[in-house]
Each structure stands twice: as structure tokens, then as C-alpha cells.
Ligand binder design. Structure first.
Ligand SMILES: [Zn+2]
Length: 137
């Protein structure tokens, strides 16, 4: 069967041929035909850059932990640790943080983590970077 591409005129949702011929998002029935190219462009998730860290675009920044199941497949997630003395001060970024969890960030491309003396891959945050992160959590 030939795949067809549609766009919903009501909510601008892009989708492939569906069994019922209506929009998966809003149920609207007037779908317009689009080309494969338009579909790919339109259905691509656009992430908004919050800030840059070491030249990498950070698109999510939250004080919460994000479960593996809730993580988006095309993003790279890291957790931030706060210092022992000050819970409001982020000090380093690793793949996972057990204690002193400060927040979670997600990037479009991998961050340049470096192995520390204990073998942990991390980024030790500078004061400027810590302040930047504090603005977005
Ligand atoms: Zn719709």
C-alpha cells in the first residue's frame, strides 16, 4: 500500500494515512495531502534552545529527575549535582547523580564529559556556568 502524507488543517498535525481518515490529535476530518518532504519537515520535533553549555545547546533544564521511560530518544540527558555546603549551587554534571541531585538537563548533542581522578565522567562547572544553570532550573 502506498503511504500518503497528510496535514490537519485544524491543528497543523502531520500524519501518515490513517484507518479512519481523521486527525489523530484533534479528530478533525478534513486532512490535506502533503508531500513526503513537507511531512518530514513538519513532523520533526523542534526543540527550543535554553542556553549553551560548552558550545552545546541545552533544550531542557529542570529540578526534577526524569525517568528513563520519559526521556526523549533524540536527546542526551545529564544530571547535575549540587555542592555539599550549598544545595542551591550546582557543581558538576554527570550521566547520573545519586546524592545531592540538583537537576536534570537535556542536550541535542553529547556534552564533553571528562573522567575525573575517581573515574567518573563529568563536567566540573565553573561559577559562570553554575549561575547560568541556576537561571533556568
Ligand atoms: Zn488536528
Amino acid at each position: 500500500m502506498e503511504v500518503k502524507y497528510f496535514k490537519c488543517e485544524n491543528c497543523n498535525h502531520y500524519q501518515l494515512t490513517t484507518e479512519f481518515g481523521e486527525c489523530e490529535e484533534c479528530g478533525y476530518e478534513d486532512l490535506v495531502n502533503v508531500t513526503q518532504e513537507e511531512y518530514e519537515k513538519g513532523s520533526k520535533v523542534e526543540y527550543q534552545k535554553l542556553f549553551q553549555l560548552r558550545g552545546i545547546d541545552i533544550v531542557e533544564c529542570t529540578p526534577l529527575r526524569i525517568k528513563q521511560a520519559d526521556r526523549k530518544k533524540d536527546l542526551h540527558y545529564y544530571e547535575i549535582r549540587h555542592s555539599d555546603e550549598n544545595w542551591g549551587e550546582p557543581v558538576c554534571i554527570r550521566h547520573g547523580i545519586l546524592v545531592n541531585h540538583f537537576g536534570t538537563i537535556a542536550a541535542r548533542t553529547p556534552l564533553p564529559l571528562k573522567k575525573d581522578d575517581f573515574g567518573y565522567e563529568e563536567i566540573e562547572l565553573t561559577e559562570d556556568e553554575a549561575e547560568l544553570i541556576q537561571q533556568f532550573v
